[in-house]
Design a protein around this ligand. Structure first.
Ligand code: NAD
Length: 338
């Protein structure tokens, strides 16, 4: 059993912790908290040991009657790897500490590729993370793009990708972010950073992206145009997506015509927190015109990167050298259907 630490127990961190705990070859040795909030209380109830990332705040934990095991410095000795889920920009600073402590680290999409040195997606470049010390799991949007572009590349070869991303303004629990009544080109420049981010794991892919922010919290929505190198049919694409793990086809005609209904479906599946780890592609959106494939997809930003973090742990600790086996094992243990 490999021991995993989680530094930053927020939206992503708490989900990665539960996904790691659900595996049969790794366990959570501890999670860090800065603030003794409801998430800290819940972590204790779930059986996770809490280590303080800001030890000068110990009195706050005492006042809140939330037991702590120690400080983050005491956690390093107990782990084989740290999954850093701190806010964007903090992770790159933490990397220097992990290096000093001799601990491997996984970072999230809020960090810059260059500062971590290697980016990761289970379907794009699993082998490049084998034995690696520091790896960044690409962002939720980039993970969504890679999940569907990889199988299409294998099916028909890709000449060129153009994608427009409609991004959620905030996560559901965020009360201080927006917009609440506006459509915001974000970034207002073209290309957005998402295309270059895809290229950090799908090397040499010709892709240009644009993105806007809208007042919704539920999911991101992507619109893709993919010029193919060879003749493929819509049936070929359907068959490919049907057999691609972590991708599901959804039918607008069956009541899944919006991100709201897809999130409702995830709740009906009994997923913890109503998460949807899979990328949902609208079947009706699939079309091919002059060898160019069009489709639309929805991404649950709070959870799609979670299984990738588990696979990254396996690759970096060389617990599994075969990406398909790791993906299947992760999926089985967290109940992924697609
Ligand atoms: P979050 O704000 O929900 O959680 C971050 C946690 O880290 C909080 O519990 C916070 O208290 C803690 N923290 C803050 N500073 C810390 C420090 N110095 N040391 C230790 N802990 C600290 O953030 P999040 O949404 O989970 O994002 C984490 C990372 O994941 C970011 O890089 C983000 O870009 C990336 N990401 C977020 C999403 C998403 O939709 N939320 C999706 C994919 C990737």
């Amino acid at each position: 059993m490999k021991a995993v630490g989680i530094n930053g127990y927020g939206t992503i961190g708490k989900r990665v912790a539960d996904a790691v705990a659900a595996q049969d070859d790794m366990k959570i040795a501890g999670v860090t908290k800065r603030t003794p909030n409801f998430e800290a209380k819940r972590a204790v109830e779930l059986g996770y040991d809490i280590y303080m990332s800001a030890p000068d705040r110990e009195n706050l934990f005492e006042e809140a009657e939330i037991p702590v095991k120690g400080t983050i410095d005491e956690l390093y000795d107990k782990i084989d790897i740290m999954v850093d889920c701190t806010p964007g920009g903090v992770g790159a600073k933490n990397k220097e500490i992990y290096e000093k402590m001799g601990v491997k680290g996984i970072f999230q999409g809020g960090e810059k590729h260059d500062q971590i040195g290697k980016s990761f997606n289970s379907f794009s470049n699993f082998n490049d993370a084998l034995g690696a010390d520091y790896v960044r799991v690409v962002s939720c949007n980039t993970t969504g793009l890679c999940r569907t572009l990889n199988p299409i590349k294998e099916l028909g070869g890709i000449k060129k990708v153009r994608a427009v991303m409609v991004r959620r303004g905030a996560d559901p629990g965020q009360v201080k972010k927006g917009p609440i009544n506006s459509i915001v080109p974000n970034p207002p420049t073209v290309p957005s950073h998402h295309g270059p981010d895809v290229q950090t794991v799908m090397y040499g892919l010709n892709i240009t992206t644009m993105a806007i922010l809208v007042p919704t919290t539920l999911m991101h929505q992507h619109n893709l145009m993919v010029e193919l190198e060879s003749d493929v049919s819509i049936d070929d694409v359907v068959e490919t997506f049907e057999k691609t793990p972590r991708v599901i086809l959804v039918d607008a005609s069956r009541g899944l015509g919006s991100t709201a209904e897809i999130m409702e479906y995830a709740k009906d599946l009994g997923r913890p927190r109503g998460d949807l780890f899979e990328i949902a592609v609208w079947r009706e959106s699939l079309n091919i015109v002059d060898n160019e494939l069009y489709y639309m997809q929805a991404i649950h930003q709070e959870s799609d990167v979670v299984p990738e973090n588990v696979d990254a742990i396996r690759a970096m600790l060389e617990m599994e050298t075969n990406s398909e086996k790791s993906i299947a094992r992760t999926n089985k243990n967290i109940g992924i259907i697609g």
